[in-house]
Design a protein around this ligand. Structure first.
Ligand SMILES: [Cu+2]
Length: 208
């Protein structure tokens, strides 16, 4: 065994956290393809500084204010659905559940050069080529039909009617092509939760 291959073998035995800190070996094979939704990826000209430091724990967080929840919804989080995803999920494959009567504070981030947007609409409206105005007052980024690239935008709305909604991209035809995740406003839910893909729904992270 050469010194170099011995080194490579010992590196494989190190815990992931230690290996991640080492400089990349240009001769090493690329890392295995990550399952969608697991992590943000830097491809396609994304400005990663726009989402730096954010993790899945930030997707849903209780606010310090009562009956208020904070959402971070990132467009083009990775390559899922050709980038037409929020937080790595598309086609309703993630679901936010908000108790009826709660205030929802949303931070929308699009680190990519491709315009996308975010608007809260009824789930039934998803089939339309052009998504309608936000269902709840204030429930959209500005210019949601034009979209925002390399952008961060905040909006908030009161979830004052129970039902099945979508957090959808308002850019023409994107919602139709799966650029949406689900939002349920529930009279039964006692606390907000987030279900990502096939995983169990998780409660909101504690307030910062
Ligand atoms: Cu979009």
């Amino acid at each position: 065994m050469t010194f170099r291959s011995a080194l490579a073998c010992s590196a494989l035995l190190l815990p992931l956290s230690l290996r991640a800190a080492e400089p990349a070996d240009p001769a090493a094979p690329p890392p295995a393809h990550e399952h969608h939704g697991d992590a943000a990826t830097a491809s396609a000209g994304r400005k990663m500084e726009l989402i730096e430091g954010l993790t899945a724990a930030d997707f849903l967080r209780l606010s310090a204010k009562p009956k208020t929840v904070e959402l971070v919804v990132i467009a083009v989080y990775n390559d899922e659905n050709y980038g037409m995803n929020f937080n790595g999920y598309a086609k309703g494959n993630a679901t936010y559940t908000i108790p009826l009567g709660w205030e929802v504070e949303v931070t929308y981030i699009n680190p990519s050069p491709v315009p996308h947007s975010l608007v809260v609409i009824e789930k039934d409206s998803l089939k339309k080529l052009q998504v309608p105005e936000p269902y709840f007052k204030g429930g959209a980024v500005p210019d949601h039909l034009k979209g925002l690239a390399y952008a961060k935008s905040n909006f908030h709305f009161l979830a004052d009617e129970a039902g099945d909604y979508a957090l959808a991209c308002g850019f023409p035809a994107h919602a139709l092509n799966g650029h949406w995740i689900a939002l349920e406003v529930s009279a039964e839910a006692k606390a907000p939760s987030l279900k990502l893909g096939a995983a169990e729904a998780k409660p909101a992270s504690p307030a910062k």
